[in-house]
Design a protein around this ligand. Structure first.
Ligand code: ZN
Length: 423
């Protein structure tokens, strides 16, 4: 059993970045920033001094490098999920990272962010809490407004463009996109924050976070010539708009196609999809994704949404040392949320239940570390499970969409509907 395992501490206090690591963060970021000709546009932040709260959109690892340059020479502390700490906890603690488990309500994170601003540093938060699946804004937590009120420091946004196009979450290969852009903008002063209700602050943040990397690509006429640029796209676009079949989409080279009806699309250099034969339907990738969301919403509204019972294997992350296999079992994701049960080699049994109100969104991985396959990442305050379904009759993207749509419906039913883009 796992009772005697030392747990990762989310309460550990953040430190001011060690003096010898601070210049290193900049030096390590510089080559990629030069290679991608990253241009940071400042608005109201030209003479900004810490402390402040920095809210960033999240598409790729390059985000951190741009944030390092934008905030330089100030010292910054980043909220990072335990998954990012694996095997390098000491280093990340010394750089000043604040640990958390994804999509949990952990009060210690808020207290740690207050410590950061009291230290006179920059508190960096990626409120989407995961890489965007298709280069558009992911759901933001509605606790942001209250966090801003609590910290009472300037709120700054850093919205990067081109990072998803360069290295999409569904295929991380670096496509050498250049130039990339970032907007480093003072959103709210403490005086403005004190005059706004948390909901109004949320609305302003949600507005500032509107982005669409594919629209940006077309606007800037960026061409991606990578010959395998479509590979992995079927992970996000899991449902065929031509025949409606789910989980049979495939991709290869610059092709996306349906294994059920044979319909095929070319993924053009400018980021658009074009039918090989017949009507294209969705040429803009985020439109296809939102169509899938509508279909999931319909299943949720009808009360019929279910993944069915999936065979799974599960690895647990009680601390940041390494994953520990906790056996095989089953997962069901349905109108009640997630239920996962496993039994390990010694016959010990494990269970994780995440009901609908407990989860407004969830983190998923595609082909995790290139060898483990797709998975759903489920967390409690003391444990993290990477749940790997077996077979091919599922989509973790659909589960992520369903998690959000189930939560939205729950909030609507109890008379407190979520504002657009917020949960
Ligand atoms: Zn089809």
């Amino acid at each position: 059993m796992q009772d005697d395992i030392k747990r990762f501490s989310c309460a550990a206090k953040p430190v001011h970045t060690k003096w010898y690591l601070h210049p290193l963060t900049y030096l390590l970021s510089a080559p990629d920033l030069v290679r991608h000709k990253c241009e940071i546009r400042k608005s109201g932040t030209e003479n900004l001094k810490p402390p402040y709260l920095l809210l960033c959109n999240h598409n790729a690892f390059l985000d951190f490098k741009v944030a390092t340059k934008a905030t330089w020479p100030a010292s910054a502390n980043y909220v990072v999920a335990i998954d990012g700490f694996i095997g390098r906890e000491k280093l990340l603690r010394n750089v000043g990272c604040i640990g958390k488990r994804k999509f949990t309500n952990d009060p210690s994170v808020v207290l740690n962010l207050r410590r950061v601003v009291k230290n006179g540093d920059v508190a960096v938060v990626y409120p989407e809490a995961r890489y965007s699946l298709c280069g558009t804004t992911a759901v933001l937590p509605s606790g942001l407004g209250q966090l801003c009120r609590f910290l009472n420091v300037p709120v700054v946004t850093l919205i990067c463009h081109g990072h998803h196009i360069n290295s999409p979450f569904w295929n991380l290969h670096d496509r050498g996109v250049s130039p990339t852009e970032a907007e480093f903008r003072l959103l709210l002063t403490p005086e403005q924050i004190s005059q706004l209700e948390p909901d109004e602050i949320n609305r302003k943040i949600a507005e500032a976070f509107q982005y669409d990397d594919y629209a940006w690509q077309k606007e800037k006429d960026i061409r991606v010539t990578y010959p395998k640029r479509a590979e992995g796209l079927h992970k996000v676009l899991y449902q065929c708009p031509h025949c409606g079949t789910e989980f049979r989409m495939k991709s290869s080279g610059i092709r996306l196609y349906c294994g059920a009806c044979g319909m095929g699309w070319t993924y053009e250099e400018n980021g658009e999809l074009r039918a090989e034969d017949g009507k294209t339907g969705f040429s803009h990738i985020p439109d296809w994704y939102e169509w899938e969301r509508e279909n999931v919403r319909r299943e949720v509204a009808a009360g019929t949404y279910s993944s069915g019972t999936l065979d799974v294997s599960v690895e647990s992350l009680p601390n940041a040392r390494h994953f520990i296999p906790i056996g095989r079992g089953t997962m069901v994701h349905d109108m009640n949320g997630f239920t996962v049960r496993t039994t390990d080699a010694e016959g010990n049994t494990y269970e994780m239940v995440k009901d609908v109100p407990s989860l407004y969104s969830c983190h998923i991985e595609y082909e995790y570390l290139g060898k483990h396959g797709d998975c759903v990442d489920l967390n409690t305050l003391t444990d993290t499970w990477y749940v790997y379904p077996e077979g091919s009759d599922f989509s973790v993207t659909k589960m992520a969409l369903a998690t959000e749509e189930l939560y939205f419906r729950y909030m609507r039913d109890r008379g407190t509907p979520c504002a657009p883009g917020l949960a």
